[in-house]
Design a protein around this ligand. Structure first.
Ligand code: ZN
Length: 678
């Protein structure tokens, strides 16, 4: 999966940091904070639009999702399941003093383990250490051996502690989950559990090199679904399948998938689910490719899902895939929005302020599907992607295509949670702008993204003979600026209101304000002091904002106002700002169409790269004072089937009241499918 990274998530937060319509205020998006983490909730909007059969399908698929939970814990590190078990046993004991410093520290550590699906940071890869002492932990467990979990070979409290204490407390043991440092044996120095005891990087590499054939046009993803181990000195794969490794959990997944297949929306979808069951049963990677091909072709179903071995970031060799699942259904309203944009692609192209020589005669918009997540599991829980692009197999993508989706209710939850975190209060000029953003920013931000993706990148054409790579290192910044400007220009067009994409002619101002604030100031929070702007999307925003600021200076279109020593962006003339965006769009399209490298260099170097050190320092200080958690994750909703007196299913309800701790304790009770050692 091309996972939309956390960095992008943070970027989105900064762009969309100020949305929120008051009607939805009762939904509690933001939950608790601990360590460097913040828990959020997402709302399953449109649940009641689903038919009972569709709800039943989502329910069975979400049970199939939750049944795989332990697989990821064990993949991440072989000690994770037993450490989680002993921590939960202590945490659940009401007889202990939960107000003591040690117990509070244990609670934080346990929540971090739940968040990371193990003892290593979900993003930073390094092992995090408990804030309680080893002495206290040993004394607590020794005093009550009932905390010692049921190991396959029974252990005394002392034996158990001797084995796990170094893993928990010694910073030099199993330090890094996935080591990528060049020159070291990446397998022997990684704590993840994809390779058995004593398997070296060289051995694994030659094992898989021998399997591959250079002239296979349809290569399977070798090694994707197994642990490579040494048995009697010989390398062999322990395959993850119903009668193989992780079979106890996979059998439960298959049980729920079978129920899902019975209520599938159509035959195409039924075949997808059956192929997946077949793959879980036979573990054959050819079956997996067949399943992916069937999945890519399933476009008409409302409900969709991912369930399986998917992400290869956790394996230092990038082959073995961590288990994850998401169940979702199409957001019809948001998808209609992208379809409206796409079906009017030619109108937008014809009316853009670009020189006619650089316009496309025939223009096709791209339709992007927007989905609503219903459950997150495995490597997507609680920290998650906001977009999905699958399958991973290159030949399947080339021959059969891929599905690319945006998860609308998750991006919304990020944006809503950011609302009220103090960010706008700190950085937005006045109440007038804050009100504007409260009312419109969420919708204009979504629309700007649609215009950028569905039209912006596809608009315009190169003049004959121009090399597509003519702009070299400046190419991606110019390309992102082109797409952003196309979106900015049209967000402010009355056509958008006529098409019903925005409610009135005020709305676009919210997008203009946040764009300028972000590009001139607030995106600097992601740059280390003293550094330049490097990343293409950030350079593009800086380029557009600074160019418009400088070129509107004579007429005071946008100003950097100082109040009590703090700098604020103030937009004085939105109409003129739109004209400036149009002017720059025309110039950027010319540069692209003609391949004018020198002009691209000039623009980027003048407006996109350099940072005003004084303003940078000011922004960093103001941001730091807000004390925002850098990483966020989601609590799942809870689905409850309801039956009538005859035992017939009448409805499935969704609730959002479970806390992060309650949820994980319940998951550990109901979905603990694996032995503690695998
Ligand atoms: Zn783009």
């Amino acid at each position: 999966m091309k996972k939309t990274t956390l960095l992008m998530t943070m970027a989105m937060m900064l762009i969309a940091s100020c949305s929120g319509d008051k009607t939805a205020a009762e939904f509690e998006y933001s939950n608790e904070k601990f360590a460097d983490l913040q828990m959020l909730r997402y709302e399953v909007k449109g649940w009641d639009q689903l038919s009972l059969r569709q709800k039943e399908l989502v329910y069975y698929l979400s049970e199939a999702a939750l049944q795989g939970r332990d697989i990821l814990y064990d993949q991440n590190c072989r000690y994770n399941l037993r450490i989680r078990a002993v921590l939960e046993a202590i945490y659940a004991d009401k007889a202990l003093d939960h107000e003591s410093e040690e117990m509070k520290a244990l609670e934080v550590y346990l929540k971090r383990v739940w968040f990371s699906n193990g003892i290593h940071h979900h993003y930073g890869e390094l092992k995090f250490l408990p804030a309680f002492s080893e002495e206290w932990f040993r004394a607590t467990v020794t005093a009550n051996p009932a905390y010692v979990p049921q190991m396959p070979v029974a252990q005394t409290a002392e034996e158990f502690l001797d084995e796990i204490c170094p893993v928990m407390f010694d910073p030099l043991v199993l330090t890094k989950k996935t080591n990528q440092a060049d020159g070291e044996d990446l397998i022997l120095t990684s704590a993840c559990n994809y390779y058995g005891e004593g398997v070296t990087q060289a051995e694994a590499e030659s094992f898989y090199a021998a399997m591959k054939s250079a002239d296979d046009p349809e290569p399977v993803m070798y090694g994707m679904n197994s642990r490579l181990v040494k048995e009697d000195g010989k390398l062999t794969e322990r395959v993850w399948k119903t009668d193989g490794l992780y079979g106890q959990a996979i059998a439960k997944i298959v049980y729920w998938l079978r129920k899902a297949a019975d209520v599938a929306e159509n035959d195409t979808q039924k075949e997808v689910i059956q192929k997946l069951i077949q793959f879980y049963d036979d573990g054959d990677l050819r079956t997996f490719d067949d399943y992916c091909i069937a999945w890519v072709k399933d476009l008409d179903s409302r409900v969709d899902f991912v369930n399986g071995f998917t992400e290869s970031y956790g394996d230092p060799l990038g082959m073995k895939a961590s288990w994850e699942s998401i169940v979702n259904f199409k957001d019809l309203e948001a998808t209609r929005r992208t379809e409206t944009v796409s079906s009017n692609a030619q109108w937008f192209e014809d009316h853009s302020p670009v020189d006619p020589r650089f316009k496309k005669e025939e223009c096709k918009g791209i339709t992007a599907k927007v989905i609503t997540a219903a459950i997150l599991a495995g490597d997507l829980y609680p920290s998650t992607a906001i977009g999905i692009n699958l399958p991973n197999s290159n030949w399947v993508r080339a021959a059969h295509g891929s599905k690319s989706v945006t998860i609308g209710n998750l991006t919304e939850a990020y944006a809503k949670a950011a609302h009220g975190n103090g960010f706008n209060e700190e950085f937005v000029f006045s109440n007038k702008e804050r009100k504007l953003l409260d009312k419109y920013d969420s919708m204009t931000d979504d629309l700007h993204t649609d215009l950028h993706e569905c039209l912006g990148h596809g608009s315009g054409k190169l003049l004959p003979g121009v090399d597509p790579d003519a702009l070299k290192a400046y190419g991606s910044t110019i390309e992102e600026a082109r797409a952003d400007l196309f979106g900015l220009y049209y967000v402010g067009d009355k056509k958008i209101v006529e098409l019903g994409l925005l409610p009135d002619r005020e709305a676009y101002k919210a997008q203009y304000y946040t764009y300028m604030m972000n590009g001139l100031m607030t995106q600097l929070v992601r740059i280390e002091p003293g550094n330049d702007i490097e990343e293409a999307h950030m350079r593009n925003r800086s380029l557009i904002a600074h160019w418009a600021y400088e070129h509107g200076k004579a007429e005071n279109v946008v100003e950097l106002a100082k109040v009590d020593g703090k700098t604020y962006v103030k937009v004085n003339d939105y109409k003129k700002l739109r004209n400036l965006f149009g002017e720059l769009l025309a110039e950027i399209q010319r540069i692209k169409s003609e391949g004018d490298l020198e002009a691209a260099r000039q623009l980027v170097e003048t407006y996109a790269v350099k940072v005003d050190p004084a303003l940078h320092q000011e922004v960093l200080q103001r941001y730091k004072a807000l004390d925002l958690a850098p990483y966020k994750g989601f609590i799942n909703p809870v689905y409850t089937p309801e039956y009538d007196a005859d035992g017939k299913l009448t409805d499935i309800t969704v609730s959002y009241t479970e806390s992060f701790a309650e949820q994980n304790l319940r998951y550990s009770r109901d979905y603990a499918n694996l032995p503690l050692v695998n």
